[in-house]
Write a protein that binds this ligand. Structure first.
Ligand SMILES: [Zn+2]
Length: 262
């Protein structure tokens, strides 16, 4: 499942490609046909991300809401685009490019009150300027849930997925099973600051990179898949050479070093 950095990157890209243009909007697969007809010919104003949720804003006040889920994917091509491949839920045709959306978990139209309602259910997104870490800290202090579990809860902190949670807890030296209310304020600050930094790096490189340049010994852009992360799917701890343990936490596999994470 894409984590928040992917969705923020999509929002940036979509704004860049389409803002200010009247778009052709279609639903070749048909499941978004009525909505597409409503949007067709409207001007695309901008895109916005909140956690794993993507919003497109249109000139007549409509808002499309997209959640990719496990299988959703965007594909961009230069105009003229080829015939739709697979079940294309939504096709956007701009002046120079065409964008297809396949297999999203959600693709729907919202009005502003519906958007507000949805956002009210979402937690603070470290990539957003309006994020309020204090709210996350208050939730953590009241929760006995394992911190590894809480970090996946999109209603508390929006945008962190399975890979980032493992990496953040490894770098900060925190055992994923530790109850959230036993995280100190200092540790929380580290978790938050690191989330902001790592997600920003993710947006920049359009992939998850949690190692730093000094550790890597070369530019981050040259890191291969195995070098990009510390603990996720590792078998040996990169810090102490102990075995890495993995188990199910919040229905996803967590990786941790029992020696380095307390
Ligand atoms: Zn270790």
């Amino acid at each position: 499942m894409p984590e928040g950095h992917t969705v923020h990157r999509l929002a940036m890209d979509h704004s860049q490609w389409f803002a200010g243009q009247q778009l052709g909007v279609f639903s070749p697969q048909g499941r978004f046909a009525e909505e597409a007809e409503r949007l067709d010919g409207q001007t695309f104003l901008r895109a916005e991300a909140h956690g794993k949720h993507l919003f497109h804003y249109w000139s007549e006040g409509d808002i499309s809401h997209i959640h990719l889920g496990l299988y959703g994917k965007f594909r961009k091509q230069k105009n003229p685009a080829a015939e739709p491949r697979g079940a294309v839920r939504m096709r956007l045709i701009g002046q120079t490019h065409t964008l297809d959306l396949n297999g999203p978990n959600q693709c729907e139209l919202l009005d502003p009150p519906m958007r507000e309602k949805l956002l009210a259910r979402l937690g603070e997104d470290p990539l957003r300027d309006d994020a309020d870490p204090e709210k996350v800290w208050l939730r953590m202090q009241k929760s006995r849930t394992a911190i590894g579990n809480l970090l996946l809860n999109q209603a508390v902190i929006a945008g962190i997925g399975n890979i980032y949670r493992a990496e953040i807890l490894f770098i900060t030296g925190i055992c994923p099973d530790r109850p959230a209310n036993q995280i100190s304020q200092d540790e929380f600050q580290q978790i938050w600051d690191l989330s902001v930094d790592l997600l920003k790096t993710g947006v920049k490189y359009n992939r998850i990179i949690t190692v730093d340049r000094d550790t890597l010994g070369k530019p981050l852009s040259r890191a291969n898949a195995r070098e990009r992360t510390w603990i996720y799917k590792a078998t040996i701890c990169p810090r102490c050479d102990s075995d890495v343990y993995y188990w199910d936490l919040g229905n996803r596999t967590i990786y941790a070093c029992q020696n380095c994470q307390t």
